[in-house]
Design a protein around this ligand. Structure first.
Ligand code: UN1
Length: 504
């Protein structure tokens, strides 16, 4: 049997993945791997009404019982980790280990959410009035619309879904039109968990999680729909700007996770062996297609001439090829469009004074001629020109020089995006300055760790054009609930706050 078909079969996807009007191609070799049925903008009304009905039932289920459902979902993911990881690789081209890592990230957030289901804590607050008490209650919010990108086709959904589910919300998910198969696979695992939950004697509404497959038009209809008090969207800045404005127009909430232009500062005291390894993983891993990918390397002039040759020689040794094969470190770009954008960026970088130190060219791989493989590029830039300030979703690393740590921090911050950042240094003073209020302006700031590959326990997201949203760990769950301040009077009098008198 064709190896691709086998991956689909392992997830019982073969029938659903055929005969539709949206063709799906594997970036590995351009082969068609499915054709799924698209929804139409006119379908959104019905889907939203179903989501609302599901929400009204689910919000009544005690949170720890909702947590038990998410535990079962996590169990399904554990059982199917290998198959789902392989499908992630097949559909978005990331290497096998990263495909598995992405499913692990889903399992981790499910575990986190199970614990959270017993910890949706609100405050109790001292009242200024006698025999009164005040408290904060967190209630389920409503149906949540989730829009995700191709590069993390399943983990980002899970960050949102696991939290929203324990918080008592229903879900409607619009995956990237480039990766609908992984979404269908997740929906199947979700449905299996629903069956298991029911077999264990619990009530769970139909349509608790629904998929919407399609392009911009269905996405537009989804975010416009007032049934969704929260729209969580991951993708490009233009997409987020459009979504944010539509949702703000109806006074809904949006949770945006948009572009990053992540930097690493390498100080003279840095452990260069560690820095080289961190640069490699974060700049070329996932073929430079993570929101957290390293895009700017800001190197002290004293180590610049040592680091750059070491980095180029490490780049030469990277194995590029079929991401399903063990040993491969870089798979393909997602499609022809991504390849074109990379070439345009390199051309602009040259025009803006850049020197392409290595990489950038297309790589033909025997048997995989339909895929878009590239050699990752390192480009030495004289300054942080326009193209360096722009996020290109491809493995291009711009290298810049600095003299003084304050100047390096200023450069790190001098871009429109604010997702992830890091410094490699042996000096506490430099590290702490980077982490201080006057330091990195990003949502994520690391010391002696690259900018990508965050754990789920922390809040994930960033400032400025990155959109300001926070997903995943810490108290990100609060975005999926509504806060109610409650004041209870157990006295026989009716005193007013602030000592106001209002007696007849
Ligand atoms: C993304 O690229 O949208 O920190 C998410 C990381 C991953 C998530 C990236 N845990 O790189």
């Amino acid at each position: 049997m064709n190896a691709y078909l086998e991956i689909l079969e392992r997830l019982n996807l073969t029938a659903q993945a055929q005969g539709g009007d949206l063709e799906v191609f594997s970036p590995i070799d351009g082969q068609k791997i499915g054709a799924v049925t698209q929804d139409k903008p006119a379908d959104i009304g019905k889907i939203a009404a179903q989501a609302e009905a599901a929400f009204k039932a689910w919000r009544q289920v005690p949170a720890p019982v909702r947590g038990e459902f998410v535990r079962l979902l996590g169990e399904r993911l554990r059982v199917h980790k290998a198959a789902l990881g392989a499908l992630v690789t097949l559909e978005c081209g990331k290497i096998a280990s990263e495909g598995l890592g992405e499913v692990q990230e889903m399992i981790d957030i499910c575990d986190f959410a199970v614990g959270l289901s017993r910890q949706l804590y609100g405050l109790t607050i001292a009242s200024e009035r006698p025999e009164h008490h005040m408290r904060e209650m967190w209630h389920p919010l409503g149906p949540v619309a989730i829009v995700t990108a191709f590069n993390f086709p399943v983990a980002v959904w899970a960050w949102n879904a696991a939290l929203a589910l324990v918080c008592g919300d229903s879900l409607v998910w619009k995956p990237s039109e480039k990766t609908p198969l992984t979404a269908l696979a997740c929906q199947k695992l979700f449905d299996e968990a629903v069956e298991e939950f029911r077999r264990a004697g619990h009530d769970i509404p139909d349509h608790l999680s629904q998929l919407v497959i399609g392009g911009r038009d269905v996405g537009q209809a989804l975010v416009e729909n007032e049934i969704f008090p929260l729209v969580s969207a991951t993708g490009s800045v233009p997409m987020g700007r459009a979504v944010g404005q539509v949702v703000a127009g109806r006074l809904g909430r949006s949770l945006l996770e948009l572009g990053g232009n992540n930097a690493m500062i390498v100080a003279p005291s840095a452990d260069l062996d560690m820095a080289v390894r961190a640069i490699l993983f974060s700049a070329v891993g996932t073929c430079g297609q993570r929101c957290t990918s390293l895009r700017r390397l800001i190197v002290h002039e004293d180590v610049y001439d040592v680091l750059l040759p070491r980095l180029s020689s490490a780049y030469e040794q990277i194995r590029i090829g079929n991401p399903l094969e063990e040993g491969t470190l870089i798979g393909p770009l997602i499609d022809e469009g991504a390849y074109e954008e990379m070439q345009t960026a390199l051309k602009q970088a040259r025009a803006q004074g850049g020197d392409v130190v290595c990489g950038g060219a297309r790589l033909e791989i025997e048997g995989l001629e339909g895929g878009h493989y590239v050699r990752p590029a390192i480009v030495a830039m004289p300054a942080q020109s326009e193209i360096v300030r722009h996020e290109t979703f491809a493995p291009i690393l711009y290298v810049l020089k600095y003299k003084d740590i304050n100047e390096a921090i200023r450069m790190q911050n001098d871009v429109p995006q604010g997702l992830s950042s890091c410094v490699f240094t042996g000096l506490v003073k430099e590290a702490e300055r980077f982490l201080s209020a006057a330091g990195s302006d990003c949502g994520i700031a690391n010391v002696n760790i690259g900018p990508s590959g965050a754990e789920i326990g922390g809040a994930f997201g960033g400032e400025k054009e990155t959109g300001g949203g926070r997903e995943s760990g810490s108290d990100s769950w609060k975005a999926y609930m509504r806060r109610q301040t409650q004041t209870i009077n157990f006295s026989d009098a009716l005193p007013l706050a602030q000592g106001v008198k209002f007696d007849l």
